[in-house]
Structures are given as structure tokens and as C-alpha cells.
Design a protein around this ligand. Sequence first.
Ligand code: 4NP
Length: 156
Amino acid sequence: MLFVCLGNICRSPMAEGALRAAALHRGLDCHVDSAGTASYHIGSRPDDRAIAVARANGVEIASHAARQIEHEDFYRFSHIVALDRANLEGIKARAPRDGTARVSLLLDATEGGLGQSVVDPYHGSLDDFATAWMTIAAGIEALVDQLLGEGYSATG
Ligand code: 4NP
């Protein structure tokens, strides 16, 4: 499972951390990573506010180093999940014709969330990061429900 936002320092590292925690908790066996469509922050650790909000929710994301989505990702991952619509379009524009990953939007899995984006908190406050975390966490729960419902590789 690969989560993708713009910079890979705010939303997608939070989604990666939230899925790692949820997968452990709910017995889903999956490989999780995140990337950005943009290159500005390659090698950077997540934004301090994202780290703080994740930590407040019991999830550690500080060791992630930002990277840009790459060609191989479309074959290595079964699912590529965009955090917003602009990046969904960016991912689709890069997708090789024979790529095997299923590309989707995180909030599509949630009740009433079809086509909705997780608002970018980068230019906002710590509260905006907390709101993004809650939105992402709801998306992750719905995604795990969907994957388990599809019989997707439970642990054990
Ligand atoms: P992210 O947030 O896409 O959730 O990681 C952003 C990070 C950096 C920038 C924009 C959004 N930026 O413009 O540098």
C-alpha cells in the first residue's frame, strides 16, 4: 500500500503511520510506504507538526524520509492511495499503461467521502494537522474495512 500526497512530509506520512497502526491492531498483513508527487522535500523527515500529531495518537513517523513516486511503484504496490484529487490526477498521469497497482482516493472508502480530498495542512496550524489526522484516520479505518471485506491478506 503506497500513500501519496504532494510533498510527502505531511499527509501521506500520517496516512502511512495510521495504516501501520491500524493494520497491527486489526490483523492486516501489508507493506506500507508513502511518497509525494513533487520533489521539493526529497530526503526530509516529516513536518514537525505531523510528527507531533501522530505521536499524540500513539504513532511514530519521524524516521520516514520523503521520496517522490517512481515508475517501479506502479508494479511493486498493489494499491496506490492518493490523499487528494490533484495528486490522484498526478498519479494517474504518471501511471504506466501496464502498471498493476490499483489507484484510488483515500476518502472514497468513507461514508459520503466520494471524491473528497484531505485538506493540505502545510500552510495551516497545528489544529489543521490534528483535523487532517482525524480525517485520515477515518479514511484508514474505512480502507481497512474494505480490504478485510475483500478477503485481503489477514495475518496468521
Ligand atoms: P503534503 O503537504 O503534500 O501533505 O506533504 C505539503 C508539503 C509541502 C508543500 C505543500 C504541501 N510545499 O508546497 O512545499
